[in-house]
Write a protein that binds this ligand. Structure first.
Ligand code: NZQ
Ligand code: ZN
Length: 397
């Protein structure tokens, strides 16, 4: 494994009913709060009013920024930062999915960033300016199990003017505290539940199929997360109110991207980079895009990750033949992975989302321009050229 520094400062309050701690925890962060929410689910499920009442009881002044889009846009980051300055906000609460949490984190840093907030996003993507170094404190209250944003320092923001959707990460964007209450995820509809599961699986497979190839402890963690998805994924999709399944999936979603599994391995995340470019152009759900690209990427990369695919086939999908690694068995492992995604109802072809090949070249160009190295390749195992990316998109068509 490679050397690493791991420092994750998030206070994680996890479990059913833990939402009751929101008021007391909020009080520790300040007296003037901005609550950021999505397009309506937080109000519909009643969680917004529960939190509102808890904050009021503690004498906290509340401002609101509702309406954050899935695949959150830079305009909401700008609007949120303006509200924070005008209302002298002392802390933020991100109440919703990854989109709401990412937007909240970006707002918290944009408040102090001296330049246009898009420069802050570009700072991690070949931009000229420095990363944000200061942010307002924030609490995350996730209502869907998917991104792990509640326990990491990353944020993914879209700029519709340039058709770019980019991940950026800064230490100051770690939430101070997260309350992850699996009961809040019981209302997530089956399709979004499945996309969340696909996202969780992709977070760990990106770290499994990277360099160095041999990481015994990391491998077992990844395989455990995949096992949990197999064991509880369908249960949560079929019966949203299955709280045991919701609990296992949510804890796994946090473990999948809080930095623990990524420690000691290279962080290329090529499947994510391709998916972000895809959803920048087509505004599809992140997890749906991943369940389309991930199997196609695995098939494309078989020659480079054959042994590891077979390890996944044998340890996760109980394919006995995969104990003898060869190309044929590696493809069987991919097929088992893809079949599971189909079983839970996540798409594995672009055509299922109505996407045709017209923009493949443009998407591949964007990826190499924004994420390619000096030789014009996207890092991964293997490194990908523009033509390789087009080929993967064609394989996913
Ligand atoms: O907008 P509302 O009305 O809240 O509805 C949402 C939305 O339609 C709904 N939902 C959420 N909780 C619900 C609920 N519906 C009913 N009951 C509930 N309890 O679910 C839909 C999807 O929400 P969204 O936040 O978009 O989903 P997700 O959590 O998958 O987040 C996706 C975003 O996160 C980024 C993605 O690129 C995408 O922009 N990512 C962030 C990462 C990070 N910060 O570390 C890493 C990821 O790889 C990912 O890129
Ligand atoms: Zn993801």
């Amino acid at each position: 494994m490679t050397n690493f520094i791991f420092q994750n400062p998030v206070k994680m309050i996890f479990g059913c009913g833990q939402i009751r701690m929101a008021g007391k925890e909020a009080m520790k962060l300040g007296k003037r709060c901005l609550i950021v929410t999505g397009k309506g689910s937080a109000k519909k499920t009643g969680v917004f009013s529960r939190i509102f009442e808890m904050l009021k009881k503690e004498g906290i002044q509340i401002s609101e920024l509702p309406g954050i889009d899935p695949n959150p846009r830079i305009n909401h980051v700008i609007q949120g930062a303006e509200i924070c300055k005008k209302e002298k906000i002392e802390f933020l609460i991100g109440l919703g999915g990854g989109s709401v949490m990412d937007c909240t984190k970006a707002i918290s840093a944009a408040v102090f960033y001296p330049l246009h907030p898009w420069e802050m996003v570009l700072s991690c993507n070949g931009g000229k300016h420095s990363l944000p170094s200061r942010a307002l404190p924030k609490m995350m209250i996730p209502t869907i199990a998917a991104t792990g944003s509640e326990m990491n320092a990353g944020s993914v923001i879209t700029n519709p003017d340039t058709t770019e959707k980019l991940f950026f990460v800064a230490q100051c964007m770690y939430p101070e505290v997260t309350i992850a209450d699996p009961e809040l995820t019981a209302t997530v509809p089956p399709d979004q539940t499945a996309y969340g599961i696909s996202d969780i699986m992709a977070h760990v497979t990106e770290s499994y199929f990277t360099d160095p190839a041999h990481n015994p402890l990391q491998d077992r963690w990844v395989e455990s997360v995949l096992h949990i998805m197999r064991e509880f994924g369908k249960r949560a999709v079929v019966n949203g109110g299955d709280i045991e399944a919701r609990t296992q999936i949510q804890w796994a979603s946090i473990a999948a991207l809080n930095g623990w599994i990524q420690a000691g391995v290279k962080k290329g995340f090529p499947v994510h980079v391709i998916e972000h470019a895809l959803s920048a152009h087509y505004d599809i759900a992140h997890g749906a895009g991943l369940s389309i690209i991930n199997p196609a990427w695995m098939k494309f990369s078989v020659k480079h990750i054959r042994d590891k695919l077979c390890q996944m086939g044998s340890r996760v999908f109980s394919l006995d033949e995969c104990r003898e690694p060869d190309d044929k068995n590696a493809f069987k492992a991919v097929s088992a992975f893809e079949t599971f995604l189909n079983i839970i109802g996540s798409p594995t072809r672009l055509s299922k989302c109505g996407i045709r090949s017209t923009k493949f070249e443009r998407i591949a160009d964007d990826i190499i321009r924004l994420a390619g190295n000096e030789k014009g390749f996207l890092y991964g195992r293997p490194d990908l050229s523009k033509d390789d990316i087009i080929r993967i998109l064609e394989m996913a068509a």
